[in-house]
Write a protein that binds this ligand. Structure first.
Ligand code: GLN
Length: 490
């Protein structure tokens, strides 16, 4: 077995059967991180106890314990998720020095399944961005082309996975942050149905949109990881009671007779040529495999970007009010605190602790929520969001899954859009509606651009219909031109 490229279950089966120790696995990937991460900047923090944790897994196996389906598999975790005893900053200076006293439910479930935490992955500050350039830790590089962005906000997860610094990673997706970087880096990224995965211990950006999910190398690995992290959690009142199906055991690339929806409103052109070609080929492929293509209308998608940027910024302005310099992380320096007015204390701390993009969002969101504008912006956005959701529910009466592009073009160059927030926001054109409607969506690598950059296609499912979505992706993966190709950095 070539450990670098092994699947999650290959690793855990070998560790469980004592053909390989968890320590050997952890050491192998630790060496990869040491050798390659200086080029990528994918990690925000490394777990100093990774070998100790691997030893503990080996000790349990030696005692005959059944460790779990991810026994001894190292994972990287986006810095949005709290990890007990391990620095968690959401890519922000304002959380520098914050060591969570508990694990996010996603993390505790991974650990319970035998995962060893390699470290925390770089990201856009508070997950606000599409290029990983707003991080306090500096930008992440795309392993396919070091001059390009890995996408964002889960850029560290995508880059670390694509370069196989770890066998698996976790990202979060509020408006596309799992799917867009997965597409830019040629990996599989799944945003589950809202409520499928507990948000407990995940640093809140926009609570009604946020979901965590797997960013891994194959659809099968994604299905397996999703099984581990999904399911009801009493600590998150929005988490669903629904049973978690055995997705990984029911994967099938037989999509004959399935109805695949294509959103009419997305067909107006504007895609970069290689992206258009990839999408057309994906459609032709599912058709050849016996699926039926049906055109559907989801007129509300036209408003997805403005609605998203009203809802997400409003929720963010409220969520980020907690960073006051008293309870967590960073506090501005004052020669002496006595005599300092509270407003000055907050103002200086928040002024120094947040980056420009986060400040922009807080101001936008505060404006949307201010009395006098609340009805015109926040309330109106909520109404359009409801309409959009209903249109999707109607559309799924006519199809089993929807196929669309993930972005309009492959990975752009570092620095290209960072000073143009509006164009950066438009990057989310195909991804935000999925979050607004609470649907599951994923990116599966499918095409390569002329210059050799990976291009994903997006599969969206109906609420809690992850299996159908995964199966369509599994079918596409079986003939993907990215399969077997590796980024230059490897
Ligand atoms: N790019 C989007 C934004 O900047 C999405 C972010 C996300 O999904 N976390 O808000």
């Amino acid at each position: 077995m070539d450990l670098t490229f092994a699947s999650l279950s290959e690793i855990s089966e070998a560790v469980t059967a004592k053909k390989l120790s968890a320590k050997e696995v952890a050491t192998h990937f630790q060496q990869r991180v040491q050798a390659l991460d200086p080029k990528l900047n994918a990690f925000a923090a490394l777990n100093p106890d990774v070998i100790k944790e691997a030893d503990a897994i080996d000790a349990r196996i030696a005692k005959g314990e059944n460790v779990g389906v991810l026994a001894g598999v190292p994972f990287g975790i986006k810095d949005m998720l709290c990890t007990k005893g391990l620095a968690t900053t959401a890519g922000s200076k304002i959380l520098s020095g914050f060591i969570p006293p508990y694990d996010a439910t996603v993390v505790s479930r991974l650990k319970k399944a035998g995962v060893v935490i390699m470290g925390k992955l770089n990201q856009d500050e508070f997950a606000m961005g599409s290029s990983n350039e707003t991080s306090f830790f500096g930008p992440v590089k795309n392993p396919w082309d070091l001059e390009r962005v890995p996408g964002g906000s889960s850029g560290g997860s995508a880059a670390a996975q694509a370069a196989r610094l770890v066998p698996g990673t976790i990202g979060t997706d509020t408006g596309g942050s799992i799917r867009q970087p997965a597409s830019f880096c040629g990996i599989v990224g799944v945003k589950p149905t809202y409520g499928r995965v507990s948000r407990y211990g995940i640093i809140a950006f926009a609570s009604s949109l946020d979901q965590a999910g797997p960013m891994v190398s194959t659809v099968k690995d994604a299905a397996l990881t999703l099984e581990v992290i999904s399911g009801h959690d009493p600590m998150d009142s929005t988490s669903s009671q629904k049973q978690v199906p055995a997705w990984s055991k029911n994967l099938s690339s037989d999509i004959k007779g399935m109805k695949i929806g294509v959103i009419k409103e997305y067909l107006s052109g504007g895609l970069e040529a290689d992206t258009q070609k990839t999408f057309d080929e994906a459609l032709a492929t599912v058709k050849k495999m016996g699926a039926e293509i049906v055109e559907i209308s989801v007129a509300g998608t036209e408003f997805a970007i403005p609605v998203y940027y009203l809802v997400a910024t409003s929720e963010a302005s409220s969520n980020l009010a907690r960073y006051d310099g008293v309870r967590f992380g960073y506090r501005a320096e004052f020669p002496r605190l006595s005599g300092v007015e509270l407003e000055e204390f907050y103002g200086k701390t928040r002024g120094e602790g947040f980056g420009a993009e986060v400040k922009r969002r807080i101001m936008l969101g505060t404006y949307c929520l201010s009395s006098g504008y609340y009805d015109a912006y926040y309330n109106k956005a909520g109404q359009v969001r409801r309409l959009l959701t209903e249109q999707f529910i109607d559309a799924f009466k006519k199809c089993d899954a929807i196929l669309s592009p993930v972005t309009a073009a492959p990975a752009f160059k570092l620095g290209e859009l960072v000073h143009d927030p509006m164009t950066m926001y438009l990057n989310d054109i195909f991804t935000t509606s999925t979050n607004l409607a609470g649907l599951p969506g994923m990116s599966v690598p499918f095409g390569l651009s002329q210059s050799g950059l990976p291009i994903g296609v997006q599969v969206t499912g109906a609420h809690f219909e992850e299996q159908k979505m995964l199966n369509v992706a599994y079918a596409l993966e079986s003939v993907s031109s990215v399969k077997g190709k590796n980024p230059h950095v490897i």
